[in-house]
Write a protein that binds this ligand. Structure first.
Ligand code: ATP
Length: 259
């Protein structure tokens, strides 16, 4: 089990953002964290990334206690790569320097030149190699931040809404990189409220509503659940569980028969 989240709760002053959240992500698995706006997806990821301190709960990364302080916490953080929804890379470095800085910071400079050059080509940033990060477009910054996650030897990847803002080629590259990382044994957790992303990419999904887990399982299991409850599609189950109206424009997961 590469990522183990147990009884995670987070309170922002009087507001309870997460309540008793427990789930795991194994090596070789992509798990989707789904839920409507404000459900607690970003809060969960920020807690797991070690950016936000949970009020209670425990987080183990490959057996290392993220909240334990000392060497265990450093080890846990070394294994995690987090790509936030709104990346904030260092503007005064060039693209290449930024990648190098991340590799140096995480002590993963072996094979750096080849790996970094490949990532720049994959994410269409080769022409910007020597450009200052501050001059990049929004989508390019996002791609650089994604490349920074892959340039390290992380084993647990956390992505907050990673496909929003990417062009079609960037989105395809990211999907391929995620699948390759998963197949190489990484544990990947992706937040999204796009059900088609969950369908095409995730082996299992966790659905949050108002900071609480309301469903968890493989897509097949949730489809079975959809059929058992008489819902025509997983989309309907999603809306039922999250209390959302069923006539929104959210992308659709087809029913079992259509998939
Ligand atoms: P979205 O899909 O809109 O990105 P989300 O599922 O990622 O939503 P979060 O960003 O985790 O949701 O927010 C969960 C709840 O916690 C929201 O009600 C939000 O207003 C609240 N919240 C988040 N950060 C803070 C904060 N720093 N202080 C107070 N409340 C916060």
């Amino acid at each position: 089990m590469l990522l183990l989240v147990r009884s995670l709760s987070k309170r922002y002053r009087k507001f309870q953002a997460l309540t008793d959240l427990s789930f795991t992500v194994s090596s070789g698995e992509i798990v989707g964290l789904l839920g409507p706006n404000g459900a607690g997806k970003t809060t969960s990821l920020r807690c797991i990334a070690g950016i936000v301190r949970p009020t209670t709960g425990s987080i183990l990364v490959d057996g290392c206690d993220l909240l334990g302080g000392g060497e265990a916490e450093r080890e846990a953080k070394r294994r995690i790569a987090f790509v936030p929804e709104q990346p904030n890379p260092y503007e005064l470095l060039t693209v290449w320097e930024h990648l190098k800085f991340i590799a140096l910071a995480y002590g993963t400079t072996d094979g750096f030149d080849t790996r970094a050059a490949q990532l720049l080509v994959r994410f269409d940033l080769a022409a910007k190699r020597d450009a200052l990060v501050g001059t990049l477009s929004k989508g390019m910054r996002q791609k650089l931040t994604i490349a920074c996650a892959f340039v390290r030897h992380a084993t647990v990847f956390l992505f907050d809404e990673p496909l929003i803002g990417l062009d079609p080629r960037g989105a395809r590259e990211l999907r391929e990189q995620l699948i390759a990382a998963r197949d190489a044994g990484a544990a990947i957790l992706i937040s999204t409220h796009m059900l088609d992303t969950a369908q095409t990419l995730c082996d299992r999904i966790v659905i949050l509503r108002q900071g609480t887990m309301v469903a968890e399982g493989t897509l097949d299991a949730l489809r079975d659940r959809a059929q058992a409850t008489g819902a025509a599609s997983l989309e309907e189950v999603f809306f039922t569980l999250t209390g959302e109206p069923a006539d929104t424009n959210t992308a659709v997961i087809p029913s079992a028969g259509a998939g």
